[in-house]
Write a protein that binds this ligand. Structure first.
Ligand code: PMP
Length: 286
């Protein structure tokens, strides 16, 4: 089947879809993006993903390339044309094409790219059954990681370093020894006292949509949690650990560096939360 991407107003064959060499996304990382899960053909948490896209655009003073309703239609059309049942939709907006100069161009139209790819759900389930290992690395990002910008070099290097160490993800540690988040996921623990904790969504982390949805589900059910920073040492002593993102849902973490978390198996609360998130996703409208 031919993969199709949407590029600046047209649906193109994926292999031939391209942007200009002076696109500012390409030259400066001057743009933002979103990744939204597709499950059984439905876009999960579409509204908060699009709200975050608007916040990222506003933070960088990039105009919206089209109305949100039009963008929703394009996202659906991309899912349909690529016949994705389970996978991810990728939306990218850059400041547009202009002669290379660091300052904003006087007149540039934002560039919009939308694509979709299938994900093998069984792989996620296989990983979740045994849990994944993460490695801790210094958080070397700029000070505005709450903006979902295209500038992902520190995240790219951290993920690569994790993979070279045989790990699934890198958890980033700030100057005070506290974990901020993963290179493309949010980080959670069930601490030694049994309390669920994830870092508050301040400027040090991306406000994950999966994170926010899970917190809302927990609040609704009266499950106690804390939004607070936790250290690497606390993580070693934690009963359970897990990560969240649109592609992972709730993914158990069973080891950090060479330290086993809990009994080295996915935690009971973690697995219950994974189920909870699945049930929420299954109820999402198409
Ligand atoms: N943190 C970072 C740095 C990310 O790139 C992502 C993935 N978008 C997340 C957290 C998880 O966010 P979400 O749940 O919205 O996918």
């Amino acid at each position: 089947m031919t993969r199709i991407a949407f590029v600046n107003g047209a649906y193109r064959r994926h292999g031939e879809a391209s942007v200009h060499i002076e696109d500012r996304g390409y030259q400066f990382g001057d743009g933002v993006y979103e990744v939204c899960e597709i499950r059984d053909g439905a876009l999960i948490d579409e509204t908060p993903h699009l709200a975050r896209l608007e916040r990222s655009l506003a933070a960088l003073r990039i105009a919206a390339p089209m109305s949100l309703n039009a963008l929703k239609l394009v996202m659906r059309e991309i899912v349909r044309r690529n016949r994705v049942r389970d996978g991810l939709v990728y939306v990218q907006v850059s400041r547009g094409v202009a002669p290379r100069d660091h300052g904003f161009p006087a007149a540039a139209r934002p560039s919009l790219v939308v694509s979709a790819k299938p994900l093998d759900r069984r792989k996620g389930e296989a990983n979740a059954a045994v849990g994944v290992r993460v490695v801790a690395l210094p958080d070397e990002r700029w000070r505005r990681p709450e903006i979902k910008s295209l500038q992902l070099l520190p995240n790219v290097l951290a993920k690569q370093s994790a993979r070279e160490k045989g790990a699934y993800e890198a958890w980033l540690v700030d100057d005070q020894g506290r974990i901020t988040e993963g290179s493309s996921t949010n980080a959670w623990i069930v601490d030694a006292a049994g309390k669920l904790a994830t870092r508050q969504a301040d400027r040090a982390v991306l406000s994950g949509v999966t994170r926010a949805t899970l917190l809302a589900l927990l609040a609704k059910e009266g499950v106690v949690f804390e939004e607070r920073p936790f250290t690497l040492e606390e993580t070693y002593a934690a009963r359970e650990a897990f990560l969240t993102s649109a592609g992972n849902g709730v993914m158990p973490v069973v080891a950090v560096n060479d330290r086993v978390i809990g009994d080295g198996r996915p935690g009971a609360l973690t697995l219950a939360l994974r189920e909870k998130f699945h049930r929420f996703a299954e109820m999402s409208p198409v």
